[in-house]
Design a protein around this ligand. Structure first.
Ligand code: COA
Length: 316
């Protein structure tokens, strides 16, 4: 049987920092409120001339280097993003050109904060069906470009960044299962409404507390679904690598898994919510900090606009 194995991880964060103290200057908020309600202390923000594909490029180069493969062996590129450089071509095609890789298929997928899990799930199916052998899977977002910095309930959350993995066909266990879902009827709780005015930028609108409750309940269910599908128990999981939306959501999922927070990779304090980038960013952090090691069983999970949600169980 062929498995999809992660053989390289990389990530990139833009240089500019936006701290809670900075936000105190422009918004009716405090560092204390933001920290206690979200766990966020700072976020990285792209500069004016930086595009999502630039973040994706840096993360991809690091993942390719960590994997030790020749970039020309990549036979599929998938980029999960909600903030593409342009309507078209896809950010994956722009990334492909920047990487100077010719002719392999490249496409974007859009599932907001669940995007990386969706991309991983698609990539896993390409490998299992022998349609690809080496896949570059990227989560990259410049959420600052669609954030209204006058809306205090929203502006405090988002950050920019990218993370990437190289997925390779392998005889050894890798991705055990992926689980993806969506429910479009909740569109208006978390979305970017069309202003239909070319002079205005369309920005995120969110019913925060309703999204919060839905996220906690849904992630509870996806944990059960994933363990059941693999006939595994909570205690079998070595690391939780969650989408970083709010420290209180992370804590609720850890409680559900009877897991100590020391077994959860947490980056929300330094990165904020980087949407599709947050899981591969956290994975890279966990690997760099020498926490996640080969052979560990890791559970990734995410919830986001759509609503979309999903999980991946991986023998690293
Ligand atoms: N600073 C100070 N006060 C703020 C504030 C800020 N940045 N943002 C909101 N408030 C105020 C509200 O105006 C409200 O005041 P009121 O009681 O006088 O009306 C009060 O704080 C509580 O607002 P509420 O929205 O109920 O806060 P909350 O505890 O739900 O926290 C979020 C708000 C956004 C942090 C929280 O709901 C959240 O994280 N939701 C999930 C968001 C998410 O994960 N989205 C992405 C999914 S991938």
């Amino acid at each position: 049987m062929t498995f999809s194995k992660i053989i390289g991880v990389g990530s990139y964060l833009p240089k500019n920092l936006l701290t809670n103290k900075d936000l105190e200057e422009s918004l009716d908020t405090t560092d204390e409120w933001i920290t206690s309600r979200t766990g966020i202390k700072q976020r990285h923000i792209v500069s004016k001339n930086e595009a999502t594909s630039d973040l994706a490029l840096e993360a991809s180069l690091k993942a390719i280097s960590a994997s030790g493969i020749d970039k020309n062996d990549i036979d599929l590129i998938i980029v999960a993003t909600t903030t593409p450089d342009k309507v078209f071509p896809s950010t994956a095609c722009i990334l492909q050109a920047k990487l100077k890789i010719n002719e392999c298929p490249a496409f974007d997928i859009q599932a907001v904060c669940s995007g990386f899990i969706y991309a991983l799930s698609i990539a896993d199916n390409f490998i299992k069906t022998n349609s690809a052998k080496k896949i570059l899977v990227v989560g990259a977002d410049s959420m600052s470009k669609i954030t209204d910095y006058k809306d205090r309930s929203n502006a405090i959350l988002w950050g920019d960044g990218a993370g990437a993995v190289i997925l390779s066909a392998s005889d050894n266990l890798g991705i055990l299962s992926t689980h993806i879902h969506s429910d479009g009827k909740f569109e208006n709780l978390l979305h970017v409404p069309k202003k239909n005015d070319p002079s205005l930028i369309d920005t995120i609108e969110m019913q925060g507390s309703q999204v919060f409750k839905m996220a906690v309940n849904t992630l509870d269910k996806i944990v059960d679904e994933t363990l059941l599908a693999n006939n595994l128990h909570k205690k079998d999981i070595d690391w939780l690598v969650p989408h970083q939306a709010n420290i209180r959501i992370l804590e609720a999922t850890a409680r559900k898994l009877d897991m100590d927070m020391s077994k959860v990779i947490v980056t929300i304090d330094r990165h904020g919510n980087t949407s599709a980038a947050s899981i591969p960013l956290a994975l890279d952090q966990g690997v760099k900090e020498n926490k996640i090691k080969p052979g560990n069983l890791i559970l990734m999970e995410a919830f986001g606009g759509g609503f979309t949600w999903g999980s991946a169980l991986i023998r690293f």
